[in-house]
Design a protein around this ligand. Sequence first.
Ligand code: MTE
Ligand code: MO
Length: 572
Amino acid sequence: MDSRRDPLQARLTNAPDRLRLDEWLPPQHGIAPRIRFGKHWINTLWAVPLLAVLLAAAIVAARYVRTLPSVAAFMATYPGLAPWPSAVHSGFPWWLRLQHFLNLLFMVFIIRSGIQILADHPRLYWSRGSIPGREWFRFQRDVPQDRVWTSKDDSVTIPAWLGIPGVRHSVGLARWWHLSFDLLWLANGLVSWVLLFSTDQWHRLVPTSWSVFPNALSTALQYLSLQFPVEQAWTRYNALQQLTYFITVFIAAPLAAITGLMQSPAIANRFGGLSRRLSRQAARSVHFLVMCWFVLFIFIHVTLVFTTGMRRNLNFMFAGVNDESWRGVALFAVAMAFVALAWVCASPLTIRHARLVQRAGRRLIGRIKGLAERWEPRVQYADTDISSYFWLNGTLPRSAAYEALRREDFAAYRLRIGGLVARPCTLSFAQIKAMDKQVQVCEHFCIQGWSGVAKWGGLPMRRLLELVGPLPGARYVVFYSFADGAAGGRYYDVHSIENMRHALSLLAYEMNDAPLTFMHGAPLRLRCENELGFKMVKWIEAIELVDDFSHLGAGQGGYNEDHEFYGYRMPI
Ligand SMILES: Nc1nc2c(c(=O)[nH]1)N[C@H]1C(S)=C(S)[C@@H](COP(=O)(O)O)O[C@H]1N2
Ligand SMILES: [Mo]
């Protein structure tokens, strides 16, 4: 179609290839993280003095109990070093050292971009819905009651040295970093598991005797009493070390992967058995707690590396030698300089070359993510699961034409369906409502992190496609909104025609048994249950079937794809 003649396409706009801070959502600062106890929000910064006092008390207590004869006897029986037979005889081979370094490097980007993603909806919940006031953790104020408060309004700024790219509501770019490095991290982890178990190195990490527990207790007492345990780390770790490494490598890491994937609409809306037990919000909370474990682990791990024989420890993991030379320190310094350089460059690079980050991310993980689109979403909930609060998102329609239609309850509304179809048509609102109606109770997944269950009623997209008859070349379905996007220009989004044939793909005109409200997208909004929320266009004006979308807007497959560097395929 020629865009000069088509007013639908004429109102689409191009988008810059970099993140323009002057046109972006202005910064907004949150509050120090708080945890809720009943009705009270406690500032987590209290944890710092509290932990300091507890640590001091624990040191005093440990030093005291070690003077008791029974404790001394216990520690003589369980000295803390593995009495179990398996020692490692291959030192620290090159692959182990390389994987340790890669793991460290990848974790830096995963944690930083993860915090950025969290800041886009700075609240954590245990229940399925995202009900303000029922969070257990947040770094944002109460939701204002006296004005429209969208989920974008709720996002907060975190500094660029911490988040990637450190700009408010940059979740699209942060996700490319997060998911790309996740893939690298998982690959590195899987290779390391294989190598661990095909050599003798697994003995370092896997306890093979129950005596690991009393020995770990003994080691903990030795650390706490500031009389550090005897180290034999070249061949074996002490019991506490072994236990914490085991938890980190074989429990925390897989848990991070599982709870990450369970936040995806395509996966959660496919595997009901899983998602009924572990809702997206619970998965997001656990995912965050696993991150806290990793951060705590890194902090203690690094502290102990430096306080329990720095040169020897660094020689093990960075030089692979068992001596007191400075080689390990030198190699460690080079490695850290590289990490620091990458750290400093990540945010400015992402802002300046946002489109490049989007393209590179799509190259790396676009196809793998796309595989999840092959699953037909099918999970539905009961009416009793409907969320009492459903966040709003998006930029409202402001055109006079839309206002005129809305004033008369869309009596004069006409949905136009054209493009590569055998029978282009125009349907009135009454005609649409007279066709087959389908009702479904489904969970919505916003890219920002909130979710909510609602009951949607409307016309199945597959019926509409049957009516118009897609031509053989038609591969995509474009939805044009009455509303503009945040940076001006018409909001639109493109879906694969396969996605629109899913049983749960719906042109909704009802929400929770009532007519769809203005805020939620009246007269029509899309439901596509295997994709993230931004792909479900609200206030639909027209639908067009096309063979390609590179000529629309900035060519990325939708408004937020163009302007906020989201991916076109967003089942994960
Ligand atoms: N026209 C239009 N549709 C839109 C948006 C928008 O900004 N404009 N925002 C999307 C996003 S990001 C989400 S999460 C959902 C939110 O739908 P809700 O406001 O009904 O919760 O609408 C989507 N549809
Ligand atoms: Mo969203």
